[in-house]
Design a protein around this ligand. Structure first.
Ligand SMILES: [Zn+2]
Length: 199
């Protein structure tokens, strides 16, 4: 097959050379609610890869990008064992569940310190925020529903939690997710997104 970026022959959808040449631009933001969000790519550098342009292969491209970010992350950061990974709204919509793929790759690379908790934080208002204003986002909350998979998460609060999303734009989705978790006694350590839309 061909590499989707350079179009040279490649065994992978993005060849190693192209993957390595994607600029990593690690950034951290602290949202007004207090949640820290760590990102790896500038959205402008990876938008065609992250968006659905190649939707047939989309899940495999996303997995490759997520794995790349996870390798970078775990080379620098160690997290407590049994940290729980929650992907925001990880139900398959259209073709696949973006955040479930990201969570799966981070958990694989984490050497079992990170435990996936799928289907835990689901938006009951599955409205798309793509291209919408901050005002629209604030007027149309996602109404997250929290369905804990690990009861410990709720009762003792001893397991740390990291929340995952593909892109941070205004931070309003992550803020709503954070508030939902806090309302159930779960205070996430921080959030991870692959790309920051400000870059
Ligand atoms: Zn290539």
């Amino acid at each position: 097959m061909q590499c989707l970026v350079c179009e040279n022959l490649s065994l992978r959808l993005i060849c190693q050379q192209c993957l390595d040449s994607l600029p990593l631009r690690p950034t951290s933001r602290v949202l007004e609610c207090g949640l820290s969000v760590h990102s790896f790519f500038g959205l402008s550098d990876v938008a065609p890869l992250i968006y659905s342009k190649y939707h047939i292969f989309g899940s495999r491209i996303l997995a490759r990008l997520a794995r790349h970010c996870a390798q970078y992350f775990f080379a620098k950061v160690s997290i407590p064992t049994h940290t729980i990974a929650i992907g925001l709204d990880d139900l398959p919509r259209k073709h696949y569940a973006h955040t479930a793929i990201i969570v799966r790759e981070f958990c694989k690379v984490s050497n079992a310190t990170l435990i996936p908790s799928y289907g835990t934080l689901i938006a009951t208002n599955p409205i798309s925020y793509a291209g919408k204003s901050l005002e629209f986002r604030q007027n149309n909350p996602r109404h997250f529903l929290y369905k804990p998979k690990f009861h410990k998460q709720n009762t003792t609060g001893d397991a740390g939690t990291i929340i995952f999303d593909d892109i941070i734009t205004s931070g309003s989705t992550l803020t709503q997710a954070y508030q939902c978790l806090c309302a159930h006694g779960v205070r996430p350590l921080f959030a991870i997104t692959l790309a920051d839309a400000r870059l």
